[in-house]
Design a protein around this ligand. Structure first.
Ligand code: GLN
Length: 487
């Protein structure tokens, strides 16, 4: 591994220049997967043969003098809730543990069309419901920085895979922080694009008004490169946006002079671990030294983000997960003579879904039920509008809003599994971007005293991922964190 380039951009350039073959790159990353998976458990499925065949095809295209795609020969890992044609896709759920999709998610198809090599499907919380990857039917993922810690969730396998050098790019999905929080916990970059920027076609739906797919990488430049490939209108997703997609790599000027960075001080100071707050303040000072202006902003409704999020996401989940009825696909219980259709549904779902998924289906069904709808779901949607207004107001005076990604560094495995509410509270800084639809990025901004990674989150205007990537890249250049994150 050490002799091969570590970033997607460098791998792509080295393959294109003939300095290394795509097969060599692929084999080195597969070796890394084999070496680390017994301890990390980051992959549910590894597809070595398929990957090597795809890499050989890239090498053959190069030998024939064909034009190579922008990610030709770059290994990628795909979260296991994104459909891959002919390759098992489980959402880390027992209910789908043998499901082989007959089609690709648009994002997977676009990556492969750009020459990227899928090495495997990454472990995650079941149906992306969780903040620690402990709600997986395939067991928890371990944090590569400290094996007794969570890598975060729900895209914990994707984050661990990138941090451990199994692939320079992984795709994650983010409904309330599932790209950004694991990126923060594993010392890498994670971008949740604007709602509608990236197609959700082929993403196993959790909460459809919040879900977005996005890149997890070591550098902002690699996130930009990935966005160039996956972003843009898709007729298969009615919520995908027709807004023009800029060249995100062109935005990486290294310059943040004049960038106005908003800090919601009252919100950020509450209940945050001291090392996180210190790292956050240092990061803000670094941006200031690089020429950014720091402005106080207020997000008065942000503290309501958790209750609003957990009402909206459970309501949508209860509806989305109704499709797993054991009739057309997925786990079906063993039937005995005399069992009714009702028994088949009930027992299949009881056996197939884990405890957190069941909790959310029940909570969601309750908040949507007659008599409670107005008090819960409708109220949550109203507060969601207030939150949108808070951000509209803030973006009158700033270009990005800065917060820690998570109030704590990665916590210990098992620490919060007995108390769902404590687990939910860890999402306080990430959920509002999803509720409002805004793009947000997490970038490494240091370590605590135990050398556990800490992340800085920047939230931007609708469809302004370019500014987030520019700021992230400039910050990276001004610090040593990305170098450390790729050891
Ligand atoms: N941790 C949040 C939850 O449990 C967010 C999950 C996600 O973004 N998929 O719902």
């Amino acid at each position: 591994m050490s002799t091969l380039p570590h970033t997607a951009r460098a791998i792509r350039d080295a393959v294109a220049a003939g300095e290394v073959t795509a097969v060599e790159v692929c084999q080195a990353h597969l070796d890394r997967v084999v070496a680390t998976n017994p301890s990390l458990n980051a992959f549910n499925t590894v597809c070595a043969e398929r990957a090597l065949a795809a890499a050989a095809a890239v090498d053959a295209r190069r030998a024939a003098g064909d034009v190579l795609g922008p990610l030709a020969g770059v290994p990628v890992a795909i979260k296991d809730n994104l459909c891959t044609n002919g390759l098992r896709t489980t959402a880390s759920s027992k209910i789908l543990d043998t499901f082989v999709p007959p089609y690709d998610a648009t994002v997977t198809a676009r990556l492969e069309a750009a020459g990227a090599i899928v090495v495997g499907k990454t472990n995650c919380d079941e149906f992306a419901m969780g903040s620690s990857n402990e709600n997986s039917a395939f067991g928890p993922v371990k944090n590569p920085w400290a094996l007794d810690r969570t890598p975060g969730g729900s895209s914990g396998g994707s984050a661990a895979a990138v941090a451990a050098g199994c692939a320079p790019i992984a795709l994650g999905s983010d409904t309330g922080g599932s790209i950004r929080q694991p990126a923060s916990f594993c010392g890498i970059v994670g971008l949740k694009p604007t709602y509608g920027r990236v197609s959700r076609y082929g993403l196993l739906a959790f909460a459809s008004s919040l879900d977005q797919v996005g890149p997890m990488t070591r550098t902002a430049a690699d996130a930009a490169l990935t966005m160039n490939v996956i972003a843009g209108y898709d007729r298969a997703d009615a919520t995908s946006s027709a807004s023009a997609v800029p060249d995100f790599t062109a935005a990486l000027t290294g310059d943040v002079k004049g960038l106005r960075v908003g800090v919601p001080r009252a919100f950020v100071s509450n209940g945050v671990d001291a090392p996180v707050l210190e790292a956050f303040d240092r990061a803000i000072a670094t941006l200031k030294d690089a020429g950014a202006t720091v402005v106080d902003v207020e997000l008065p409704n942000a503290p309501s983000g958790i209750p609003v999020y957990y009402l909206v996401c459970t309501a949508e989940a209860s509806s989305n997960l109704a499709r797993y009825d054991a009739v057309r696909y997925g786990h079906r219980t063993t039937l005995a003579p005399g069992d009714t259709l009702q028994t088949m549904y009930e027992r299949s779902r009881d056996e197939g879904f884990g405890p957190e998924v069941k909790r959310r289906i029940m909570l969601g069904t309750y908040v949507l039920s007659a008599g409670y709808y107005d008090a819960y779901y409708l109220k949550a949607q109203q507060v969601r509008t207030l939150l949108r207004r808070d951000y509209d107001e803030a973006f009158r005076s700033v270009d990005v809003v800065a917060m820690p990604t998570s109030p704590t560094p990665p916590f210990t495995l098992g620490e919060k599994t007995d108390d769902p509410l404590q687990m939910y509270l860890t999402d306080i800084f990430t959920v509002s971007a999803n509720l409002v639809g805004l793009p947000a990025i997490s970038i490494p901004c240091g370590f605590d005293a135990h050398r556990l990674p800490i992340g800085l989150q920047l939230t931007g205007r609708m469809f302004d991922e370019a500014t987030l990537l520019r700021a992230a890249d400039a910050y990276e250049r001004a610090t040593q964190w990305p170098t450390l994150a790729s050891v």
